[in-house]
Design a protein around this ligand. Sequence first.
Ligand code: URA
Length: 212
Amino acid sequence: MRTHVIDHPLVDHKLTTLRDERTDSPTFRRLTDELVTLLAYEATRDVRVEATSITTPVSPTAGVKLATPKPLVVPILRAGLGMLDGMVRLLPTAEVGFLGMVRNEETLEASTYAERLPDDLSGRQCYVLDPMLATGGTLAAAIRFLTDRGADHITAICLLAAPEGCARLEQELADLDVPVTIVTAAMDERLNDKGYIVPGLGDAGDRLYGVV
Ligand code: URA
């Protein structure tokens, strides 16, 4: 597994406002959107392309286009939905599948409550959207779900990550022969005893959509 922490002053600037408890939901949603587009630029560095030829107004030339099968973007419900627009802005022709996972707040274990994904993901590059890589339970389960269906290249985009979550992913996915990359805006200090990232930004779903 490869972890890529984006080092860019604009990312740090937007992340600082995102973390601030005074930032309201509309601003939080806008900043999430902008941050994801910046992260997506790095996260798609390995997106598969194939050769094509076109003609400019001046001459024929060779170029590339996104390969088929098209990449699949998979937001993890609920908070991952807040990252979808920012991602598809950069990859407008990608397909989008949905995975609903919920974390039991006592055991911190993740389970699937909804999914809308192709049965066969053979040869698909998947971009998983999950804002908070905290314990790693949800993301490990989501990645396992996708590779069990045949996905052969996984990139997870997270706003924030905790070292404990990355360690758990390393351990739980050690047997996978599929490349997994985590792209994040920051690697925070640790988790607290409730499984929240410290300093973090609080509950990403609540800050995006309110407490429901
Ligand atoms: N999920 C969140 O929304 N925030 C955290 O800090 C950890 C998990």
